[in-house]
Each structure stands twice: as structure tokens, then as C-alpha cells.
Design a binder for this molecule. Sequence first.
Ligand code: GMT
Length: 383
Amino acid sequence: MKIGIVCYPTFGGSGVVATELGKALADHGHQVHFITYNQPARLDFFSENLFYHEVSVSNYPLFDYAPYEVALASRMVDVVRFEKLDILHVHYAIPHASAAFMAKQILLTYGIYIPVVTTLHGTDITLVGRDRTFKPVVTFSINKSDGVTAVSEHLRHDTYEFFEIENDIKVIPNFIDLTRFSLKAKDHFKKAIAPSGEKILVHTSNFRKVKRTEDVIKIFALVVKRIPSKLLMVGDGEERSACEQLCRDLDVCDNVRFLGKQDAIEEILSVSDLFVMPSQSESFGLAALEAMACKVPVISTNAGGLPELNVEGVTGYLRNVGDVNGMAERAIYILEDEVRLAQFKDNALARAKEFDLAKILPLYENFYVEVIEKSKAKEASFI
Ligand code: GMT
């Protein structure tokens, strides 16, 4: 198949899923065309089946707001026509699904019916999409997609609850490439971080409010009183300075390292003993899956799709949003006993294997085939 992928080319979860999916599809012999405003973060190598088409937006002085969606739709029309794509797969509803609808309408005037699959990732539904500014457009573009997927049952449910959706939504969960995310021998790194054998807790995110990063610090401040430990805070964003301030206030700075944005996340996870994800909302929790693949158990909230990944008492524990004491108490429980910790680590990896890329990729491939087949009937009536 010739597949066009539209996504945010950043470190965010939706961009990572889209890029990893494109790479895997290309490895499977499909031709994959990325259409984005920047080279996706993890697309930094050559493959004969991978193509990148940049969307550039005019900065004409009249535009207070550059019309990105229009530029994106034009680029989609251009790529679909000249690369003869079979399907467009857009990740994150805003503005990708609505731009795809516009492109689709334009392509009809050229006698081309391009099927569009939209994947909902989370905040496009739970935060941004619910905003009245966007809601009519999000509803319309989901209903006009030829196929819609959501990354968890919970997100599917929320989408039906918050919007008037007539389309079916298929759940295809996030996946993990176990060849990249696996336990690596990084003992020298572990020694440098935790010279006296302290336990290592880790958090990775974009430090947005929804991640409740201050709760990570609060949980750690309780844990370190009972268990000699260190905390690694990976990533960057609006909440970082508040977290740094909180470390000073709680007098834990000596045991906390802010590492900023990192590429080799799997190496950091490989030295870690516990992943902390106290999110307000999380459609799936890809960062937690990455940790589990590196044998790191998870203390999380029970928000959104997290219970579909993190299994209570098996791969970690889940507590209500804001229950810092409960999460700290469960973290201590896991960390205080070496045998118990080892069992949780094994369980985390076993669970991660259920989301192996090799298992999830065919779900997307089969869905594309199904959508293309169904679209052939629609095509006859449109053209
Ligand atoms: O978590 C973020 O803020 C990034 C966001 C995104 O859209 O880039 O991630 C969302 O999509 C990921 C991939 O499908 C999911 O694993 C994350 O749970 C989801 N984040 C939220 O729902 C907050």
C-alpha cells in the first residue's frame, strides 16, 4: 500500500506512535509518506520506503495567524495526486482530520477518492477537542472520516460521550518496539546516579499540567524518607520550574536530577526501578508502556485508559488522581522488598509484550484494507 501519514512531528505521544507506525509499515514493504511541518523526531535515518514532505506556511505579513491547516490540506492534495496514495492516516483530530476532509473534497474535483483514517490520541478529545472553539469541527471531521481508531476503550467511550458521533470507532492500542525498548546493561550509569545502591524512580513527560508533575515530586519526597532513592525527571515543559521550586521547598534537590529532553529514553529506563505517572488524564500512557518494556513497574493514577495498561497489584498500582499518599505508600511497598520488586519487574515486561509492535501492526494493516474496500463503494457514487 501507499500510505500518507500526517502527525505532529514532536516528542509527544501521538507523533511518536505515528512515526513508529510509519517506520514499521515501511519495514513491511509499504510505501509511507509523512506529511508534516518538520522532520518527525524519530525519523532520522534513510529507508527506501520512507518519504518526507514538508508543509511550509507562508509568513505573509497580513497573517496574524499563519493558515497552517490550509497549507497542510494543499500539501495532502499534492502528495496524494502525485504519489498516487491509497490511503491517508491522520493522527490527532485537530487540525489534521479537518484538513484531510478539505483535501478529500478538493481531490474529488480531480476524480480521486482518498480514504481517510483518523486516529484519536487523547488530548484531541479530552482537552482540546471539548473546547467549544473546536467541538463542531472535531465532531464533523470524525464523522466524515472513512475509518476512526482510538488508542484505548476509555478514549473510545469518552469520544462517544462528548461528541455526537455516528461513525464506528475501532480501538487499536499503543504499541512498543521491544527491540528498542528492552533492559540494557547500563551499570556504569546506574552507579553514577545512585552510587550507594539507592533505588531509582523515574518520570518522563512533556511537563504539561495534565501530567501533574508536582505530584511526582511530592510522592518522591515521601518515598525518600523511607527508602534511600533518587528521582530522574526526564522531559521539559511549562511545569518544570514549578517542580524545581517544589524540590527546594521539600528539601529533596540533592536526590532529584532534571535531565531535560532525552533521545535514549530506553537507557534511562534501564537503570530505573519504578516509573511514576500521576496524570490527571491519560488516554493510554505510552510512556508507562515504554517503562514496562524495560522491566520497570508503574505507580500511576487510575485516570483514562491507564487501567487498560497498568494492572493493579501485578505490574504496579493505580490510585485516584491527587492521592499522593496512596501512590507513595504503594511505591514504598514495591521498593522495600527485593523479591517483590523483582516479581513486579518481570510482570511489567510480560504485560508490555502484549503490546508488541508485531501484534498491533497487523491491526492497522487490516483496518486500512477494510477501509479501502469500503471506500470503493463510496467512490463509485462520488465520482
Ligand atoms: O501525553 C501527551 O501530552 C502527548 C499526547 C499526544 O497526543 O501527543 O499523548 C497522548 O497520546 C499518546 C499516544 O497515543 C497516549 O499514549 C497518551 O496517553 C496521550 N496523552 C494523554 O491522553 C494526556
